[in-house]
Design a protein around this ligand. Sequence first.
Ligand code: DC
Length: 228
Amino acid sequence: MKTKRNYAVAIDGPAGAGKSTVARRVARDLGFLYVDTGAIYRTVGYHMDFYGIGPRDTDGVNRLLPDVNISLEYVDGVQRMLLNGRDVTDEIRTPEMSAIASAISAQPAVRAYLLELQRDMARRHSVVMDGRDIGTVVLPGADVKIFLTAAPEVRARRRFDELRAKGESVTYEQVLRDLNQRDHQDQTRKIAPLRPARDAVEVDTTGLDIDQVAAAIEALVKERLGSL
Ligand code: DC
């Protein structure tokens, strides 16, 4: 009997390019699992911060890393992050945790620690996985690779609207500054920096809405994989 293999769609790109909204939608339409890998880095950062370890303290991070047990759960199709059994999904969504996640993701031991967890998800399910290094490092054999971009001002405006809707008191200028700093940090780190895979299709989401971006990606998936 022919066993059905799992498929993988990798979506990488800078903060605020619309990755998670688009990836969630495409996953739902295709019947794949959506895996948000940024949430995994945020969870590691949260653990370190909880114990007073700064994200650049390599010795401290390496010492505590074996205590970090992360699992992903899906409740009504929404990814929940469990840290040593505790649900931290909401706590990791703050500007402070974004900065901590970006800094900690430059730690080689952290990246190595999380690699297998991410690959394991893709072994067990067909996935739409979003992040910074999915097409280049985590799933270099992904069936479809997308690199989502948009002008920094557009990305900052989206992030700003999101944060304000959640009641965070931030200014647009502050969000733009944080975002540029995070992009720079993610692009210039030594290991698995943010960059498009050679075989990625770049999609600039400036001026496009979610329906248009999702349709473009789904058309590409159909072209590569036929009807699933
Ligand atoms: O996607 P996000 O904003 O939740 O990601 C938070 C940080 O985690 C991001 O600034 C860099 C890091 N990250 C990474 O290094 N590799 C990934 N695959 C996903 C996120």
